[in-house]
Design a protein around this ligand. Structure first.
Ligand SMILES: NC(=O)c1ccc[n+]([C@@H]2O[C@H](COP(=O)([O-])OP(=O)(O)OC[C@H]3O[C@@H](n4cnc5c(N)ncnc54)[C@H](OP(=O)(O)O)[C@@H]3O)[C@@H](O)[C@H]2O)c1
Length: 283
């Protein structure tokens, strides 16, 4: 198996935790969560791992694509409108391709889009506001379930999902939390996401479910705080940091089969991603 380098030590385990379709290239994981992303090639090959990103045109998805490319991954952006998506990513990066993928159209079409060349899937979709109150259910529940099933069809065994804090707010005693009420009034969004999470957790696929607090487009303010599932009931984080956690999840074996809740706090200590993911227990 290929050697993986992290900032501190050399490991011999694949960060993908599955038999890779090719095992010749792994980028270097950042040592600190705020560290500058560097690309590092293993000698002997330039073949890159290809990551399928659903929701690549979204505010978080776009940052995920950019960070994956900066980290040395190839990206297959799954989008509803290929031409619109191309204009959202100016320049001509030969490691970025676009494929039509509407998550509501069923797992077979998605499996075609994912194809045989994707090594992992990151899902950053979220329903777009409309008068259709079933949209959250179609996108954030069935859409994500369709993606998981497409992965099973293609034998893709690594899935990273951007979910949300408070998805399990009822069990946390947060029924009266204004955010919980607001998001569920909008088509039971949090319940839709929780059901999708449960599907992933039962699928057997190696997952990392990332539950961020309120998302901000501003540059990061503060360091990342990572907590166990059903812990955080408020707080916010920049989309750039969420994207970073999603990308680093692919590089840190410690992220496997875990649900992590993240916000940013100025008073929090700066910790490596290895430390952050290691601090979370598998359940
Ligand atoms: N907003 C918050 O404060 C907050 C907090 C916690 C978690 N979250 C969650 O974090 C995730 C990312 O949020 P965001 O605000 O960055 O997202 P966003 O900007 O709203 O982007 C949503 C993405 O989902 C895509 N999408 C929507 N319907 C789709 C479909 N049927 N098939 C395929 N793609 C579809 C959109 O594609 P188009 O460009 O084609 O529309 C877009 O790329 C979401 O799941 C959101 O619920 C948000």
């Amino acid at each position: 198996m290929a050697t993986v380098t992290t900032g501190r030590l050399f490991r011999t385990t694949s960060p993908f935790q599955f038999a890779p379709k090719s095992n010749t290239f792994y980028p270097k994981a950042s040592t600190m969560e705020g560290s500058k992303v560097k690309e590092e090639r293993q000698t002997g090959s330039s073949e890159k791992k290809k990551i399928f990103v659903a929701g690549a045109t979204g505010s978080t998805g776009k940052r995920i694509v950019e960070q994956l490319l900066a980290k040395g991954f190839a990206v297959k952006a799954g989008v509803r409108d290929v031409e619109k998506a191309k204009s959202a990513f100016p320049g001509n990066n030969s490691y970025l391709e676009f494929v039509k993928a509407d998550v509501t159209e069923g797992s077979s079409k998605l499996a075609e889009a994912i194809s045989d060349d994707s090594d992992a899937v990151i899902c950053a979709t979220g329903f777009r506001r409309s008068w259709d109150l079933t949209a959250p259910w179609k996108v954030d529940n069935f859409g994500t379930v369709n993606l998981v099933e497409a992965c099973r069809k293609r034998g893709v065994n690594r899935f990273v999902l951007i979910s949300s804090i408070l998805v399990n707010g009822a069990a946390m005693g947060q029924l009266l939390n204004p955010a919980y009420i607001f998001l569920n009034v909008l088509g039971l969004t949090l319940i839709a996401k929780l059901q999708a999470e449960q599907h992933i957790r039962k699928s057997g696929i190696n997952y990392t479910i990332i539950r961020p607090g309120g998302l901000k487009n501003d540059p990061p303010q503060g360091n990342i705080v990572m907590e166990q599932e059903d812990t955080l009931s408020g707080g916010s984080i920049s989309r750039a940091q969420v994207a970073q956690v999603a990308v680093e999840a692919l590089l840190c074996p410690e992220s496997s089969y875990k649900v992590v809740e993240i916000v940013a706090r100025t008073e929090a200590p700066r910790r490596s991603f290895e430390e952050l993911f290691s601090s979370i227990k598998q359940r």
